[in-house]
Ligand binder design. Sequence first.
Ligand code: 5AD
Ligand code: SF4
Length: 480
Amino acid sequence: MSSVTSGPRKLYVKSYGCQMNVYDSQRMADVLAREGYVETAAPDDADLLVLNTCHIREKAAEKVYSELGRLRVLKAAAARDGRRLTVAVAGCVAQAEGEEIIRRAPVVDLVVGPQSYHRLPDLVARAERDGRVVDTEFPADDKFDHLAAPTSAATRARGAAAFVTVQEGCDKFCTFCVVPYTRGAEFSRPVQKIVAEVERLADAGVREIRLIGQNVNAWHGDGPDGRAWTLARLLYRLAEIPGVARLRYTTSHPRDMDADLIAAHGNLPALMPQLHLPVQSGADRVLAAMNRRHDCAGYLDVIARLKAARPDIALSSDFIVGFPGETEAEFRDTLALVDAVGFAGAYSFKYSPRPGTPAADSDAQVPEAEKTERLARLQARIDHHAGAFNAATVGRTAEILLEHPGKHAGQMVGRSPWMQAVQVMAPTSSRGQIVSVRISGTGTNSLYGTLLATPRPDDAAPWQDDSLRSEPVCVAGAGP
Ligand code: 5AD
Ligand code: SF4
């Protein structure tokens, strides 16, 4: 059946999980825009609907199947109107489950893994012409070379802060994690390609660059001098690009926090005082069983060196409770580590056995009720420290990058250097500016502040909408 709608074909992309997926969803939209697709905010209006999925925990993967159930109804309704709705599943569920997706959900026309997004227009055409297509290859070439650069209008529409993927995949093989299987081996993009992408973003008015990768601080891309650079060296280079005011990177592994990177937190003003450094557990036996390749003392040593370089650094982390064999005493070691570091925030998860990972086969699975109880205790402890961190910023003056309008008229929402969301009364024209704000109070998910000087309207970047909001700082699978 061919589409009977006139005008450009409409695309709806729904992103699950981490920031890598948000970035990939934008690149998919950019590739398809070259073929004439325009994005729509309404799924029932779409000709092509892409679910960009997350496989990190069972709950995340199951959400995709519930959504596909709902799409059956949408597809039938489109067919009744004489329209064709093509459904594609992308991301890590696509990579991990391949054909199985079509078996469980025949509504799906195309299954496409993260390494094939540059071939999306072809794959969609093939699926529409010949019937279902599954492409989960790991091709040897660099997909980034083929992905489209966004237009400057698309970049502006996405906001004052932008993600740039510099690294993909992971060679660490933590025993609970699917990432090495779904995203493959570590790959670092070369310096010149990253610089070119950041220059383009800065030209379009982006002020804050967030480098992302599953193991971002293991990045070691080739430099123009033919040698592998470190992430610290890349950060110094990016800070030289006119218009780039702020840099962040996420997610990092404790083992890869080298001395230069730690020093950069003290020496490079554009590098924001914030770091997401997952530790997962506070018990050495559990860390060893997780194959984390660091122990608690090593983690705390990195933290101490970061705090020495940048005393006000805001630290966040990821935790897993109820890893197979975790005892109550080991769990209490995790609580003690949370107290020792005093994180500004953290994500915590119940261990979720992932098929194909070593820990899933362990006989020592912790009962669900115990995981639930530990998670609640851990989250209370994390919330306590996050509350204390936020309360300590009240009364201080901070530089806030205003990113998008808030819920109420006349309000803008921005980010503090420490990644806190801050609500301020400010004109919409101030979007993209970094302004001085006195932090006046704390709310549930954000802080309140008052502008100390009126922003100059002529400084404003020509923002068009607020389609990109900054999401949590964690990469591999944070979020719903
Ligand atoms: N179960 C629970 N949490 C997990 N994570 C990764 N794999 C699992 C799993 N199988 C968590 C880790 C990681 C974060 C992105 O997701 O804490 O850092
Ligand atoms: Fe790699 Fe992070 Fe997964 Fe460990 S938790 S395997 S470091 S992506």
